[in-house]
Design a protein around this ligand. Structure first.
Ligand SMILES: [Zn+2]
Length: 468
């Protein structure tokens, strides 16, 4: 299972998260309630007193940049026998769209912890931190390990308002994005109790904070991050399931599901397992959360689009983006008109789509262009005389070298193929350009223009009638 190894570690961050006041001046313009550069005046307006939306569903494709969306749209269309470019994903029809600026307070190209904080807490923070303000990190305050001293998150506000909360991810449930729905930690690496050491000795692990969460539904992967005692608590204090079958027939109560020791399988590898699809998890979550008369907040993360991109494996990135699209279809069908639905990415990847392929060319295939002289459609050759693919990455492990073998369509359309890259890194990186936000439902009209990522929080808060 070469694609199931969590190859990338954020351990390198631990020295830079605390202290080192670099770029700290950015904090002031990135905090809730302060006008930000690039912000249009309408987005900082006070919230309306009357709630517009009873429920909010936030879909996050981890690493699902705009090039990923375009390629996934074509991939999904071609999987239905179409040319693909004209196809529409479920969220392509949402009426409200914005560009989102994803940078972290101290990072031009962000990570998922800082970006999840922006969405869940309404302020930007340092790369690697989850729901801890940058000022406390820079000051090395002991409060970074004291959730009670930290600003409330959207989840805490929703629960105070009587709303039910659901948290779904195909990644480990202690991974950065889902963790931001229930936890506060100065460093995302603090997933298990065994990760608590050194400068973070006073912190509570994300596994421990997840066990303490009173959200109605929490499901994903990552059971290995939980101690025996924590697993026992999940099984005695909650309705605990670890198979798709048990998830679907679970009795009422607070539901906890962990379907894999590590991240859940990629959608491309899930067949024959007892792991539910993201759409199946979304369906169960909406059914259960929908019984709360006060409404609900649900976060659904396609967590592994990101991991496949880090491995420069476009096939699995696109099939996981396709799985997110299926989950959005479920939400559109099941959630009522009183539900605000948002679809976004936390950050992009260095993933490109290029080369003048003809209309309908297989999106994973070699570039085939129209030859004006022979009036035929031919494989396009690069300066080295060899073909190349439409999809590629700026950096990553499979560098195109002079002695690289000539590619064939069979090679590049294999699900294990890793697209070629320019810069040699053993793990492809995130990208820093804006991502898209698509919105429909009550309150969605605030999604427009170019927005700071933390303003997504304000859109959700305003829809639910909360003061900023
Ligand atoms: Zn990543």
């Amino acid at each position: 299972m070469p694609y199931n190894t969590p190859a990338f570690s954020f351990k390198w961050l631990s020295s830079s998260i605390l202290g080192l006041g670099s770029a700290f001046m950015l904090t002031a313009c990135a905090t809730t309630g302060t006008a930000s550069p690039g912000q249009t005046s309408g987005q900082t307006a006070k919230t309306s007193p009357a709630p517009q939306a009873k429920n909010v569903i936030l879909f996050i494709g981890d690493g699902m940049g705009i090039s990923t969306i375009t390629a996934a749209r074509i991939f999904d269309g071609q999987s239905q026998g179409k040319k693909g470019e004209e196809h529409e994903l479920a969220f392509d029809t949402f009426e409200n769209v914005a560009l989102i600026k994803t940078y972290n307070v101290n990072a031009q190209v962000p990570d998922s912890a800082g970006t999840a904080t922006a969405m869940m807490s309404g302020y930007k923070t340092n790369i690697g931190a989850i729901n801890v303000p940058p000022a406390l990190l820079e000051a090395r305050s002991a409060d970074v390990c004291n959730p009670a001293a930290l600003p409330d998150t959207m989840t805490q506000r929703a629960q105070s308002a009587g709303k039910a909360v659901g948290i779904l991810s195909t990644a480990r449930i202690t991974h950065a994005t889902p963790a931001a729905m229930y936890g506060h930690v100065p460093l995302r690496d603090l997933e298990a109790d065994t990760d608590i050491k050194g400068p973070f000795a006073g912190c509570s692990s994300l596994a421990q904070q997840m066990v303490g969460s009173q959200a109605e539904v929490i499901m994903g992967g990552g059971s290995k991050e939980f101690s025996n005692a924590q697993m026992q608590t999940l099984k005695t204090d909650f309705i605990y399931v670890d198979t798709k079958t048990d998830m679907k027939r679970a009795k009422t109560g607070k539901l906890r599901g962990l379907f894999n020791r590590d991240h859940m399988s990629y959608e491309a590898d899930r067949a024959g397992s007892q792991e539910p699809s993201l759409a199946e998890m979304t369906s169960v979550a909406i059914d259960r959360l929908g019984t709360d008369k006060d409404g609900y907040v649900l976060m659904v993360e396609a967590g592994r689009v990101d991991h496949a991109h880090h491995d420069t494996n476009a096939y699995r990135a696109l099939t996981d983006a396709q799985a997110l699209n299926e989950a959005v279809k479920v939400a559109k069908a099941k959630a009522g008109a009183d539900t605000l639905i948002l679809v976004t990415a936390d950050h992009s990847h260095v993933f490109t789509m290029a080369g003048y392929p003809v209309r309908g060319n297989p999106i994973l295939g070699l570039v085939k262009g129209f030859n004006r002289e022979t009036r035929t459609i031919d494989i396009t050759e690069a300066e080295d005389g060899k073909p190349f693919t439409t999809l590629g990455y700026h950096n990553g492990p499979n560098v195109r070298e002079a002695d690289s073998p000539a590619l064939t369509d069979n090679m590049v359309q294999d699900k294990d193929y890793r697209q070629q890259t320019a810069v040699n890194l053993n793990y492809e990186t995130h990208a820093g350009e804006d991502v898209a936000l698509f919105a429909t439902g009550p309150g969605a009209e605030k999604v427009r223009g170019v927005m700071e990522q933390n303003k997504i929080y304000n859109v959700m808060a305003a829809a639910m009638g909360w003061e900023d």
